[in-house]
Structures are given as structure tokens and as C-alpha cells.
Design a protein around this ligand. Sequence first.
Ligand code: SF4
Length: 322
Amino acid sequence: MRNFTYAAPRNVSEAVRLAGQPDARFIAGGTDLLNLMRDGAQSHGAIVDINGLPLGDIIQRNGVIRIGALARMSDVAAHPAVRRSLPVVSEALLNSASPQVRNMAAVGGNVLQRTRCGYFRDSGTACNKKIPGSGCPALEGENRAHAILGGSDHCIAVNPSDLAVALLAVDAVVQTDRRKIPFADFHVVPGTSPDRETVLGHGELITGFEIPVTPLAARSRYLKLRDRATFEFAVVSVAAALDMRGNTVRDVRLTFGGVATKPWRSPEAEAALRGKPLTTTTITEAGRALVRGAVTREHNEFKVDLVQRALDGLLRDLGGVR
Ligand code: SF4
């Protein structure tokens, strides 16, 4: 591992100033960053430890739940306001990693975790995300875990965060030291620059998330399909939030993980349900609308069917459709 300087500021403005150095990086729980640095997939000349900043609170006020960026995953998952008003967030967190990691990892870092693409994590392999312009061996190589939505000829790696899929489903807003960013605008697709994954500027610090308390968010759930029952990333995941009047869908959010290069919301799938009765027919149409633009590779074609089945199962459970 390359040598780096270490600083532990006590306030946000000092942290932001220190992180403005070239090649600096914030660290909180460190559950992803330390592995990347140890494996040589990422290196930094300066580490700014933000664990001493007052950013760990979870507060409900004026119809909004505010979750500080340093709140630990386990604390957010267990918080009564989150469990009551944002069940999809609690479920996504409880389906993430292991209890030990959830006790350590902060939610701000969770939405910034890097892809699990094996080529990216291997320091000796070409990868456009790691070394721009070096190529993408996943396109013709091992791509079972890779994206069918939002990819490009430069990168097809999936975003690994369960929490991000849930936050997208409940209209969260990211608060940074300098602005508010709707969660839907926070992550970006790879295009020709897969090394850029969010709209954050250099040294910009996530301070928390604001999530409106709504009937939609209160009726929300998360379904994660994975290769083993625990401590595993999603092959496919679905977050759904429903606001129903009788059997009619007044409003809906459908977001997806494991299938796309960023936490993926499908306006097309939502449009297939909004204002309509929730039935086998409309649920099937929503699934078809989701995958209409899918691009598959040699090993990941199965995700087209799997994600539709996952959506079907989750919507039936959430909407009480037999
Ligand atoms: Fe790198 Fe993306 Fe290709 Fe994986 S899919 S090898 S992260 S460029």
C-alpha cells in the first residue's frame, strides 16, 4: 500500500479544506476504502478521517427524516422512525453485508461504495474505471454479475449499494457541505468516463440525507436475490413503494439494483402501473417495460427474466395481489 498522510478534523469546514488537497479522500467506516487500498485497486496521498464530525444523528422533524452521513447502517436500520416510515430503507440495510460490517459502515460511505467487478478489484488487470482508456475486459469476459441497463462500450459494472436503491425509491435528497442533490441525480451512468460515478465535486462532503415522510414511502419494501443467504451482493434487487386507493395505484416508485450501472429507477415500469388497477396484467406490463432497453452479454442474459420475476413477486406481496 502506498504511503499517505492522515488527518482527523473536528469540524466540517476543516474537513472540506483538507479534502481539497489533490489526491485526498474522506474515510468514515472504511469498510470498502481500506480493502480497495490494500488490494491496490485505489490509492490516495491523503486520508481525511471524518469520524469526529457531528454527522451521526437520525431526526424526524416537519415531515422529513434526516439521516446524518455518519449514522451507522445498523443504527439506521433499527431506528423506529425509519422502520415505521421508510421500511424499504431498513430492509435494504438489513440485507446488506454482515452485522459486523453494518455496525462499522456509515450510510454516507455506503452510497459511494465502488463496484464489485472483479477486473476493477484486481490491481493487475486493465479496467476503464480504474485506469481510464485501458479497456473493459468484462465486455467479452466474465460478465455474469454485470449490468443489462445503463451500460456503455466503456463499462458495464453494476452499482453494489442496496441502500442507494432504497433511497432512490423514497425520493431522498443528498445534503452536502455546499448543496442539495436529488438522489435521482446523484449517480451517473458510465458513458465514456466510467471513473466518474457521482456528481460530487472533489472534496465535496456528504453530510446527510433528507427523506420526506409520505404514504408512498410508508408502504415500501425491498427484495434482494443473491447467490447465498448472507454477506453477498445482489444478483438482482427491487425496491417498490406504492400509494394505493382501493385497488388503484395512485403513485408508485420502482427502483432496481444488480442490473444497472447506477441505482436504477424505471419511469416506464411505473407508468405501466400509475392510475391503473394492480393486477397480474399490469404487473407483467411493468416488468416488460423495465427490460425493453436491456442489453445483455454472454453470461448475464438470465437477469432479464429474473428481474421481472422479482418485480412480480414484490408487487404481489406489497399490493396483496393473489
Ligand atoms: Fe472496469 Fe467497468 Fe469493465 Fe469492470 S465493467 S472491467 S469496472 S470498465
